[in-house]
Design a protein around this ligand. Sequence first.
Ligand code: SF4
Length: 695
Amino acid sequence: VIEMGQAEHAVITTCAYCGVGCAFKAEMKGEEVVRMVPWKDGKANRGHSCVKGRFAWGYATHQDRMLKPMIRKRISDPWREVSWDEAIAYAASEIRRIQGAYGRDSVGGITSSRCTNEETYLVQKLVRAAFGTNNVDTCARVCHSPTGYGLKTTLGESAGTQTFDSVMHTDVVIVMGANPSAAHPVFASRLKRRLRQGAKLIVIDPRRIELVDSPHIKADFHLPVRPGTNTALLTSMAHVIATEGLVDAAFVAQRCETQAFQQWRDFVSLAENSPEAMEAVTGVPAHDVRGAARLFATQGNGAIYYGLGVTEHSQGSTTVMAIANLAMATGNIGREGVGVNPLRGQNNVQGSCDMGSFPHELPGYRHISDDAVRAQFDQAWGVRLQPEPGLRLPNMFDAALGGSFKGLYCQGEDIVQSDPNTQHVAAALAAMECVIVQDIFLNETAKYAHVFLPGSSFLEKDGTFTNAERRISRVRRVMAPKAGMADWEVTCALSNALGYPMNYAHPGEIMDEIARLTPTFAGVSFRKIDELGGSVQWPCNADAPDGTPTMHVDEFVRGKGRFMITKYVPSDERSTRKYPLLLTTGRILSQYNVGAQTRRTPNVLWHGEDLLEIHPQDAEDRGIRSGDLVAVQSRAGETALRAEVTERVQPGVLYTTFHFPESGANVVTTDSTDWATDCPEYKVTAVQARKVAEP
Ligand code: SF4
């Protein structure tokens, strides 16, 4: 806490929106926030912020905040407000009743990337130690799980390789499947500064995002890849690099597995993988692919930044591996200005994955089947963990509809609005006997809940978030939890009611436990973070006591880098006679994800609706003009969106956002998923569109 002039005091904390993780000074009068000021010493933002972090915090005191625990026997019953003790006791008794009737694995839990590392760690501990099952997953399942799989397989660690500052040493940047200007604005500002200094830019995106031709910046190449063909495009770029002698042979010989590299080189060199052969698949002119590949391989330091337009595909994990291949082949790993940089959507996606929220991994990405690792946790937690991975989120839904999964604890995640194929998710929840929702609002998922536990906003939290550059930043409590209990205290209370003791005096003690059990966090503590100025990048341990800004410097975490074969496999979501258009999704600057927070800010100018971008040619074919209401139908469902006719999208492609529940973009997204991780294929849905009303 520091003293202020105008306000009575101020608290340094971390923004709870995107994966940039900006540090803010919350200026306070008593228990009331009067202003959020970007903190000049924040290492992720260096005094900058965007409109969301600076102005969209009013939701914390919005009238929709739910402050009382509630229970009901059936979802058709009215809610009944109860005490915390009664709600916790009821939730615990229902979990045990269900397990008694249907077996230990008939229940599970979902952690959230909105929550702190400490809260997330406790939820997976609750599920594993108190529920006794590995049926735990995180909302990262539906965004960056392919990043975890792809980077672990190729480089050895499920995380980005650089700091944000690193971009200031970059000579050529690939931005793929990401729109930083809207989704990661503070990073976008830094990137633009570097581009204005002369760095080259290659944008790979089906849509003409702002970076393609923003004021003072023009991309050297825009490769408008057809949705669903990312792997084909990157493999054709690799073809150029391998066949034109552009591989960094010294780097590959010293740093990478020889046999895997040779197999990769032979594969990408096949004529069928040339840009000319792939042009019909990707829709990108071959000469542009060749030009972009040559630019990336020869310009100097090359860095790749990517987002959900890479991961949320049936080949999301393959595309992440293709990105890692490209970085290794050109020697762009292990120093400033290069690297593979996933731009994480939510504030703590990285952290929720680090904390062992996946059904197959304990904290620090260690597989649950590893006897030695499990023994360490068995001893620390006083339990015997199950060695088999549990159910992933979509598998929980399937098991619920099959009758074997009956109870769910869902902390801080609105799965009905955010997960694909809304009807499927809703039916699965309706089939369960006890759904426990912990959230700050009575969200769409709570319509199917039997227990509602009021959650805390980020202003009421104490703990840490981990941003896209592995930076663990302190989140400090600005005001007392409005519902009387912090989220971590609620999880502890539920665990205690289940008969598994879980007691901590402060979230700092939870981090101490994480550090004892997680080698990459061994040196992390609240005290250490404070000593280092408010944040530290993991790994932070005896080898790296002050953290690790750049990874894989002398060798890869896995030893030698591993090239992977990235064969293009067409998505099931292809345009057909019935569904001739491909719908893809994204975000706008002023809204955040499902909009639960940003829609509840006082600034009415931000309120609006999701729009459907449609190319003039497709619009004319259907008699659609801007402002018309358009029905969009897929094999999963139908929704209606207002049209915006624009050349930002290419012919055959539609684009919308998913910030408003009324338009329900996820009503039409399907249950097609990434082959390796089950991450939904949000970015490609075959649809038809027809006008239903004029403005
Ligand atoms: Fe920073 Fe992202 Fe928050 Fe904007 S939304 S202030 S870029 S962390």
